[in-house]
Write a protein that binds this ligand. Structure first.
Ligand code: GDP
Ligand code: MG
Length: 435
């Protein structure tokens, strides 16, 4: 989903994380990279400049909250600004003791029919009784398309292909399902080319059917042009929500979402493919987290604070210079432990979202746990200078910690490797965490 935008934003973040210093130039470059990716995704220039100048201004300030690295702070700024332009989450819930009508509107080809079945399946999963009504009397084959998809999703469908009046079908469909369904989704034709006509028809069916919710379906590939549709719709209805479709592959999807959100209309769902399960409730925080590839960045910041990782400058400098002692390693292991699982930690490290696929986390966690015991069984001398570890010392440590001698040797080998890697990369990989 939104691959290009995702890649652009992630690259900007990666660059920031791996930069040697976070100075004015690095910040300006970061802001510039963000601008470019947002503009490429067709986000409105005004919005882009607004958020990036805010990020730049805040990032250049010198008073960073205690316990945060400048990098974390800047990434958090970006996260907050993106969430802000996308708006807050709104609930999609209906009373289950009555029949709720949901009317889908939108111009032809925007994805209404496809979405009708997706939404049906979504509500079925939520435990509602769902019926779908085909009120598209205009497009030949409209019924077959909806029928195929509803069969796939095991959703009940009402149709009346001989009837040519859409409003009539909608009313009959409502009556048909009224007694035994609590959600009825009505798919309309939407043969309009422009907003005015669309809104006019929507108002007409709205008056007759009195639906609980009207959803405007917008094709995400139109980018910031979605502004006009969303705005007209937002002004015409108070019970509406917006659905943005075709976000898979749409280069302009980011722009479509940002533009729609900037009208204050509520984006309730997004659609990311032609399949019946390619529907997602729109939660801006989750959406931005995924876009940035940060796992849940809120969690990272909270946990950094919780873990109270005290800045320990001499230690950090020692590790980054490749002079880590076993004591330092132990200290790092204990800090990792405070974060809970290793998998979570890796998920939380910005710029490392793909690592966990290649590593068996449970194995790694078990390993680190053993290492902790091994280190605890070492003398102070040995921890300071592991080179003195000979066969008999290793035997003693193995017995004391209850692990294999092989494992003790393996730990020492890994420790030596780590020292080399740290020296070579100047500790970049762990920098934000060790400080
Ligand atoms: P309607 O005219 O508004 O009912 O639109 P349709 O539901 O018939 O969809 C128009 C076309 O867009 C169809 O070919 C759908 O398969 C396709 N489509 C709908 N939603 C998505 C989506 O989220 N992603 C992709 N790639 N295609 C979609
Ligand atoms: Mg249709």
């Amino acid at each position: 989903m939104l691959d290009q935008l995702k890649e652009g934003l992630r690259n900007a973040i990666k660059k920031l994380i791996y930069s040697d210093v976070v100075d004015e130039q690095a910040i300006k470059e970061f802001v510039h990279d963000i601008q470019r990716s947002l503009l490429q995704s067709d986000v409105n220039v005004k919005i882009v400049l607004e958020i990036t100048s805010k990020i730049e201004k805040e990032a250049l300030k010198s008073d960073i909250p205690v316990g945060l690295s400048k990098r974390d702070y800047i990434i958090n700024l970006l996260f907050n600004e993106l969430v802000k332009i996308l708006g807050t989450e709104s609930k999609v819930e209906f009373p289950r003791n009555k029949c709720n009508i949901i009317l889908l509107v939108g111009i032809q080809g925007s994805g209404k029919t496809t979405f009708a079945s997706k939404l049906g399946k979504y509500f079925l999963r939520e435990g509602y009784q769902v019926g779908v009504v085909c009120a598209d009397t205009f497009r030949p084959g409209a019924f077959e398309q909806l029928k195929t998809m509803c069969e796939r999703g095991k959703i009940d469908l009402f149709e009346k292909s001989e009837e040519k009046n859409a409003t009539k079908i909608a009313i009959e469909g409502k009556k048909f399902f009224e007694q035994n369904k609590n959600i009825v989704i009505i798919d309309t034709a939407g043969r309009h080319k422009e907003e005015k006509e669309l809104i006019r028809e929507m108002k007409e069916i709205d008056t007759v059917l009195n639906p609980q919710m009207v959803l405007l379906v917008i094709d995400g590939t139109i980018g910031q042009q979605s502004f006009a549709q969303a705005k007209a719709f937002h002004e015409a209805t108070s019970i509406g929500g917006i659905v943005i479709t075709k976000l898979d592959g749409a280069a302009k999807g980011g722009g479509a979402i940002a533009a729609a959100a900037s009208t204050q209309a509520k984006i309730l769902f997004i659609s990311t493919g032609e399949g019946i399960d390619d529907i997602e409730k729109f939660v801006s925080e989750r959406f931005v987290s995924r876009l940035l590839g940060l796992g849940d960045i809120k969690a990272i910041l909270e946990r950094v604070k919780q873990a109270e990782i005290e800045p320990d400058e001499p230690r950090a400098r020692r590790i980054m210079a490749g002079k880590m002692t076993i004591d330092d390693l132990y200290d790092q292991l204990m800090k990792l432990k405070k974060f809970g699982s290793m998998r979570k930690l890796l998920d939380l490290i910005p710029g490392m979202p793909d690592v966990d696929k290649s590593i068996n986390m449970d194995e790694l966690e078990g390993r680190l746990e053993k290492w902790r015991f091994v280190i605890q069984s070492m003398t102070k001398e040995e921890r300071q200078d592991p080179d003195i570890l000979n066969a008999s010392r290793i035997r003693r440590i193995a017995r004391g910690s209850g692990v294999d001698e092989k494992e003790v040797k393996e730990m020492i080998k890994q420790y030596n490797n780590m020292k080399i890697v740290m020296k070579r990369t100047k500790g970049k990989f762990l920098r934000g965490f060790i400080r």
